[in-house]
Structures are given as structure tokens and as C-alpha cells.
Design a protein around this ligand. Structure first.
Ligand code: SF4
Ligand code: SF4
Length: 311
């Protein structure tokens, strides 16, 4: 390529890196999970919230049941439907959205902080009703940043741990499908983290298996690298990583921006503000072309992790 056509900065040209190499892209491999982001409002503001949710952030507004239904109607087979936010239980039509999913025979995974919005009587009654009608089809995955109350509260505010534990106990007592999304503290390894959560699970009587990676999902700390390298087509071989293993090969997320005429489909759950990853109005439109990995987070969070892909 002539030097004059090579972009002068990183993450600028969708196809070519600043070194003049071909940027990596991820082709659509078929739907595994369709996410709905019910809005960025949250009852708390966590120090590490990648989407910067808070009690005042409404740049993604609440989805409604009628926003969600056309996407469910595009699906031709039972699919995992993920619901995230913000705090999904703040959305006024949340139980209606769950019903729309479950009556179409999809399975439902809801990410929640299990705090006050989930415990409101109307929501509470709706969850019990749906758990009874659709046994085994709905799982609420509760975020618990640590098994240690002080570490959790340092991220989420004083009293957050106690309130989440109350919510967890209520879910277990009501027989609602439950999982925990935990984090490994920077100083502990996986075994130590699982041991800490195991103790907490037993103390709360939740009946979860801390060694089952679905019942206790452990996420690493999400720390964006300073100045990450760009991802080229050569990286897959160097890292021995398959493009199909990346989230945007098999997942999409529906959002509604404040003031927008309707919902939009994004490439993944991570990149909500970059227009390059806003792929269309429908699922069909949003899966028609490969996703070009032209964002520092593609490198930091998805492809490199802790690795390096320089040859
Ligand atoms: S509870 Fe979740 S969505 Fe709300 S601020 Fe914390 S990390 Fe963000
Ligand atoms: S951050 Fe980039 S690589 Fe990761 S899922 Fe989203 S679009 Fe794909």
C-alpha cells in the first residue's frame, strides 16, 4: 500500500491499521445470545461501571415491550435472550418484556444487582408468577463484585452488599433461577475467589455450586490498556484465537438512544457509543456484514486479554 493511503493514527481507518496492515474483522457465525439493554438508568453508580450507569444517566432510555417484540419475532429458533442495563428492574415494562420472551419459548438471562428495584411488590409478584409458569427458563444473574462486603461496597456504595444478599436470599427462597456474577480481586486467584464465594453461598443458603462456572461466573477486572495495539488479520494465528470465539461473532445488543425514533442493534454489549458499531434497525441488517475491530476495547477486552499479538 502506498504510504499516502496509510492512516496516520491508530483506530481510524475501518480496514487498515496505522501500520498499513489489514484490520481484523469478525464474521457473523449465528446467534447465540440476543441482548436487550433496558436503559442506562441504575439505582446506584458503581465506580467500575463500563457503561457509566447511574440514577441520572438516561442516554439509553427504557426499552418497552413493543420495542422488544419485533426482534423476538425475527428469531426462528429458541434462543438465549439476555437482559442488561443499567438496572433492568427499573424499566416500567420489564415484566411484560420477560413475558414476551418466555411465551415465545426463549430462555431468559437477566443481569441485575438484586437491590430495591427488584424487590418492589409488583416486580416481585411478576417474577414469582413467571418462574411458576416457565420453570427452568429464567435465570437472574446477580452481580456481586466480591465475596467480601467491604470490597463490594467500595465499588457500589455503603450497604450495597447487605442489600444484594437480601435480594439473593429472596430469589433462592422464591425458587427463582439464580446465578452469581462475581469478580476475581486483583490479589486472588480463581481457586481463592471460588472458595470465598462458596462460603458466602453456604452462609446465605443459596444452594448454588461455586465450582460450576455457570452458577458462579467469575469475571476478571476490566482494565482498559493504555494505548493497546491494533488487531490485524495476522493476530488470530499468532494468538491461536478463533474469530468465532469473540462476542460479536454470535451476539448482538438492542438499545434505544434518548430522542431516537426507535431501537438500534449494536455489535456487542460493550460499545454503545461508537456509531461504527451501531449496525442497523433489524437483526437481519445488523448481521449482514463482518464487524471490523476498530476500537481500542476490541483489543483490550476481547482479543488480547493479557496477551500480546506482536509477531
Ligand atoms: S449496578 Fe451494574 S449497571 Fe448499575 S452502576 Fe453498577 S455496574 Fe453499572
Ligand atoms: S468490543 Fe469489539 S471485538 Fe469485542 S465484541 Fe465488541 S466489537 Fe467485538
Amino acid at each position: 500500500m502506498p504510504d499516502s493511503l496509510v492512516p496516520t493514527a491508530k483506530f481510524v481507518d475501518p480496514d487498515i491499521t496505522a501500520k498499513g496492515e489489514t484490520r481484523a474483522s469478525v464474521a457473523w457465525a449465528g446467534l447465540k445470545t440476543l441482548w436487550f439493554n433496558t436503559g442506562t438508568l441504575c439505582n446506584i453508580s458503581c465506580a467500575n461501571c463500563y457503561i457509566e450507569s447511574s440514577p441520572t444517566n438516561d442516554r439509553l432510555v427504557y426499552l418497552t415491550r413493543s420495542d422488544v417484540e419485533p426482534y423476538l419475532d425475527e428469531l426462528t429458533a429458541p434462543t438465549e435472550i439476555g437482559i442488561t442495563g443499567g438496572e433492568p428492574f427499573l424499566a416500567p415494562e420489564i415484566i411484560g418484556m420477560f413475558k414476551a420472551v418466555l411465551t415465545r419459548r426463549h430462555s431468559l438471562l437477566v443481569l441485575t444487582n438484586a437491590m430495591r428495584p427488584m424487590m418492589r411488590p409488583r416486580v416481585h409478584a411478576g417474577l414469582v408468577d413467571l418462574a411458576g409458569q416457565f420453570p427452568g427458563k429464567m435465570t437472574l444473574r446477580v452481580s456481586l463484585d466480591s465475596h467480601d462486603a467491604a470490597l463490594h461496597d467500595a465499588e457500589r456504595g455503603a450497604g450495597a452488599f447487605e442489600e444484594a444478599c437480601k435480594g439473593l436470599r429472596w430469589l433462592a427462597d422464591a425458587g427463582i433461577g439464580l446465578a452469581i456474577a462475581g469478580r476475581k480481586a486483583l490479589h486472588e486467584d480463581e481457586a481463592a475467589a471460588r472458595a470465598g464465594y462458596r462460603e458466602l453461598i453456604a452462609a446465605l443458603g443459596l444452594g448454588l455450586d461455586a465450582d460450576d462456572p455457570k452458577q458462579l461466573v467469575l469475571f476478571p477486572e476490566m482494565i482498559a490498556r493504555d494505548d493497546p495495539p491494533e488487531i490485524t488479520t495476522a493476530c488470530w494465528g499468532i494468538l491461536n484465537k478463533a474469530p468465532e470465539s469473540i462476542m460479536c461473532a454470535s451476539q448482538r445488543m438492542v438499545v434505544r438512544r434518548k430522542g431516537a425514533p426507535g431501537p438500534r442493534v449494536l455489535a456487542c454489549t460493550l460499545l454503545v457509543d461508537d456509531p461504527a458499531f451501531d449496525l442497523g434497525n433489524t437483526l437481519a441488517e445488523a448481521t449482514a456484514a463482518p464487524v471490523r475491530l476498530n476500537h481500542p476495547w476490541c483489543a483490550s477486552f476481547c482479543v488480547l486479554g493479557g496477551a500480546s499479538c506482536s509477531a
